[in-house]
Each structure stands twice: as structure tokens, then as C-alpha cells.
Design a protein around this ligand. Sequence first.
Ligand code: 5GP
Length: 189
Amino acid sequence: MADRSEGGNMTGSYVIEQMISAKAIAARIEALARDIESRFADTDKLVVVGLLRGSFVFIADLVRELDLPVEVDFLEASSYGNAMESSREVRILKDLRGEIAGRDVLVVEDIVDTGHTLHHVTGLLRSRAPARLETIALLDKPTRREVEVRATWTGFEIPDAFVVGYGIDYAQRNRNLPYIGSVRLEGDT
Ligand code: 5GP
């Protein structure tokens, strides 16, 4: 697998440099799944809530590693749009299909960046009185944090870089890369 790929969209041309390999992601998910299984060992059913759209590959791999009774639901919060900068305002664009009152819930996020999204979403879901609510983020950029929030489980801590791949996009492209890569705009040094 090439560790560099070229991309181009309306934002101009860019190069993607591999940061975390598909193999490293798979190994980390296996380890995280064991932790989640022990935390929820006594659950009658775990509602795994994927935050659309960036978590769709992660949640697909994660639930297949979980040896627990699971239900899968999705919630969509407003994202970056086509920009590379985060927004402080979080809106719910698509709510859950199911009820979570009295249920065990695991929220699956792709990246915790400023923290606004996870903070807002967990606040909303906690107001619905789940029995237990835990969170998992594939990636965490701790240096970018604006609100104090931390996922119960984190796949990888990464530096402040704009990343794509493994479900995560740049202007709706590159979600299908099997690895996580960082975007470097052509012309940047
Ligand atoms: P936060 O609210 O924590 O600032 O942002 C969380 C959301 O911003 C993530 O779920 C993700 O959709 C988006 N985001 C944060 N960092 C990146 C990044 O490096 N690349 C992309 N494509 N999206 C990001």
C-alpha cells in the first residue's frame, strides 16, 4: 500500500501522508474491544451510537470485534462542511432512531478536536437518562481542546494536523482510504 496519495478538489491539490496504518488501526481496535467488553460484560444490550459521517468505518470495524449483544444507531451533528476549521456551534442534523432511556450506550466518534461535538452530544444523550453512557474516539487531538472533555477510550492521540481516511473526509473525499493520513496542501512546506 502506497503511503502517499495525491488528491484534488475545489480547495486545490494536496498530498496525503500516511500517519496510522490500517494494520495499526485494526490492532488497536482489537485491544479497545476487549476493554469495552469487560466494561459492559453484564449488559443485556449495548446501543452503539455512531456519529455520522466520519465514524462509519470505525463503528463497522468496532462492532464486529465486540462479543456483546449490540444495537447500532446513528446521530449526525453538524461538521466542518467543506472547511478545515472547526465550528463552535453544534447542531443535531439527524437524531437517533431508538430510545436510550435505561439503556447502555457507547458513543463512537472519529476525532475529538476542540471537544465541542462530543461535549454537546454527550450532554444531549445524558439528558435522556441512559443507564450507562461511555464514549470512544478513534483519534484525539488534545492540543486543540477548547472544552474539557475526554472520551472514555481513545484509539490514538495525534498532533494538530488535518487528517483523512478510514471514514474521515476532506470535502467529502478520501473517506475510502484504509489508513489515516495527514493532508498537506500543495505549496505548503
Ligand atoms: P470538535 O467538535 O471536537 O472540534 O470536532 C469534532 C469533529 O470535527 C470530528 O467529528 C470531525 O468530524 C471533525 N474534525 C476534527 N478534526 C478533523 C480532521 O483533522 N479532519 C477532518 N476531516 N475532520 C476533522
